[in-house]
Ligand binder design. Structure first.
Ligand code: KIV
Length: 332
């Protein structure tokens, strides 16, 4: 079956005055002297429409985004159909997150997710993506030693088609990051609320509050950068701390529940599309109400089937050599 043709680019961004065709191409823009948080005045989402020559977002593009104060857009994704839509919207980074344990598998935590699960979904997403940078999550206990991590991460790239892996943890995972980076595997770190440690953290709680926790988190960020991470997810930490971390790092930060001072933002796709209308924590915005739309569509389908209005003639194959049978009456 051929791939459906989808429009490319971000219409809203294209419509803004700053998204002009004359914007500086990504490879030629001058580098500012020091890294820092994305400016609130910085234009957003331009490269999706202004750098058509960037046929694939790569690790070095994300650093360039940070240096140019261009915010990085990221979402999670778990299948090829959504991947095509995400790519069509011009999203820069796609994460096959272990949040699939929650949203796909219906688990309470991400702990039951395995390397096989992530590899399977990553391969599906990879088939739907052409432009976005694809990151596969290393699930619980799949990176408990450098040796185990190399096997797990190797599968993500070799079998799943990922371009990078993400792992959770602070200074304690630095040796793992080093081993992966040395093997040529780009690593995205993840600090703050790390759902794989949900039981150790006493639940899904905001992290990095108070002087000690704040300093520990900044130290973890610097250690992970030194170990070779090319980007860091900051989850559920105070906005002031996320901004401080972002300013202290040369690598980009991607926030979720970490305020607007990060270099980019990530949301779980199913959350931001409102597929589960009752799930609305503070950091989530429903950019659509797809859950309601799906139920509405299914109710219409059910009703039309019950009333015999679907399938209609245009949905029905006929054989001109056979006399047509009268339609059955169907109870409403
Ligand atoms: O698994 C996931 O979806 C994640 C994001 C929330 C960053 O780790």
């Amino acid at each position: 079956m051929s791939k459906p043709v989808l429009p490319t680019g971000v219409p809203e961004a294209a419509a803004t005055p700053s998204a002009t065709p004359s914007a500086t191409p990504i490879t030629a823009a001058p580098a500012p002297s020091a890294p820092g948080p994305a400016s609130p005045k910085a234009p957003r989402g331009l490269y999706a429409v202004d750098a058509p020559h960037v046929s694939r977002i790569r690790v070095h593009h994300l650093s360039e985004f940070k240096r140019h104060h261009q915010r990085i857009t990221a979402v999670t994704c778990y299948d090829a159909t959504f991947a095509r839509l995400v790519d069509a919207a011009g999203i820069d980074v796609v994460l096959v997150g272990d949040s699939l344990g929650n949203v796909i598998q219906g688990q309470d935590t991400t702990l039951p997710v395995t390397v096989d699960h992530i590899v399977y979904h990553t391969a599906a997403v990879a088939r739907g993506l052409e432009r976005a940078h694809l990151v596969a999550d290393l699930p619980f206990l799949s990176y408990r030693s450098p040796e185990v991590a190399l096997v797990s991460a190797g599968r993500m790239l070799a079998e799943g088609g990922a371009h990078a892996v993400k792992l959770e943890g602070g200074a304690e995972v630095a040796p793992i990051v080093q081993a992966l980076v040395q093997a040529g595997i780009p690593v995205m770190g993840h600090i703050g609320l790390t759902p794989q440690s949900v039981h150790a953290m006493g639940g899904h709680r905001v992290q990095g509050r108070g002087d000690k926790a704040r300093k520990r988190l900044i130290q973890a960020a610097l250690t992970l950068q030194k170990a070779g991470c090319y980007a860091l997810v900051l989850e559920a930490i105070p906005a002031e701390l996320a901004e401080e971390v972002t300013a202290a790092l040369a690598i980009p930060t991607i926030g979720i529940g970490a305020g607007d001072g990060c270099d980019g933002q990530i949301l779980v796709l199913y959350d931001m599309l409102g597929l589960n209308p009752s799930f609305k924590p503070k950091f989530v915005k429903h950019f659509a109400q797809l859950g309601e739309a799906v139920v509405h569509a299914l109710r219409s389908y059910r009703s039309e089937v019950m009333h015999g209005t679907f399938p209609a003639a245009e949905h029905t194959y006929t054989d001109p050599t056979v006399a047509s049978a009268p339609r059955r009456d169907v109870a409403g």
